[in-house]
Design a protein around this ligand. Structure first.
Ligand code: ADP
Length: 229
């Protein structure tokens, strides 16, 4: 079997407090390349903690986390940041775009660390913006884009480095239902193209798009559905 993208070996996180909070109880989990996993659970159950660990934004206090087979515990902050930039893409509910840069620049900035020149970065950004259906909005600033278009820019930014893993935290939480559907269709399309997707959601409809669902309740991670395809 090929190396999983994500492998948790008894990964857990306890905030020291006092009082100590076991935000994520030690759990095993493997996510293979090309999977689409929804993460559901009530507010305060540990979903963000789980995503932050997976996204190398937080370190587990127990266990081992291997990303693309690489043990992340041995990395220093600079290595973690580099790995985050190269292997991970993030999409948040609130888009987090730079307001004074146009769509192309918002996406191209994610390529800064690659060392390629500006012209190439912008060309690659335009290509990915085309892929998410925004060829006609390349020079537009976020304030002049609709919510759905902003999220498409954010998805293009997340995809521009060919990430191993696309981490989405309530990506449709700020969108009306028709726009939300179109964003979920885009995520389906990216997943069909081979991108591994992990998506946090409160919505059962959104979770239905995924082939696996992981539920977190009081920090306890359980798999509620097997792989169905
Ligand atoms: P969710 O994303 O499902 O709402 P979180 O992962 O944010 O849940 O939180 C899980 C638990 O950890 C909650 O009880 C929360 O209060 C606690 N928690 C989150 N961040 C911290 C922190 N920095 N320090 C202490 N406790 C925290």
């Amino acid at each position: 079997m090929s190396t999983p993208v994500v492998e948790f070996q008894q990964v857990g996180l306890t905030y020291p407090g006092p009082p100590a909070v076991s935000a994520l109880r030690p759990a095993d989990l493997r996510i293979g390349g090309g999977e689409y996993v929804a993460v559901v659970g009530p507010s305060g159950s540990g979903k963000s903690t789980f995503l932050n660990i997976m996204g190398l934004l937080d370190s587990p206090t127990t266990g081992r986390y291997l990303l693309d087979g690489k043990d992340t515990a041995v990395l220093d902050d600079a290595d973690r940041a580099a790995l985050r930039g190269q292997r991970l893409g993030f999409v948040f509910q609130g888009f987090h775009l730079l307001p004074h840069r146009d769509a192309t620049e918002n996406v191209a900035l994610a390529l800064l660390y690659t060392g390629s020149d500006r012209r190439r970065r912008r060309a690659r950004a335009r290509e990915v913006l085309g892929r998410v259906g925004l060829s006609h909005r390349l020079d537009t600033a976020p304030s002049r884009l609709s919510g759905g278009e902003r999220q498409r820019v954010a998805i293009a930014r997340a995809m521009v480095n060919h990430p191993s893993l696309l981490l989405c935290d309530e990506p449709t939480g700020n969108l009306d239902s028709a726009t939300a559907r179109s964003i979920l269709d885009l995520l389906d399309e990216l997943n069909a193209g081979g991108t591994t997707v992990v998506l946090i959601t409160h919505s059962a409809d959104v979770a239905d798009r995924a082939r696996r669902t992981v539920t977190i309740r009081d920090g306890v991670l359980t798999e509620t559905a097997g792989v169905t395809s």
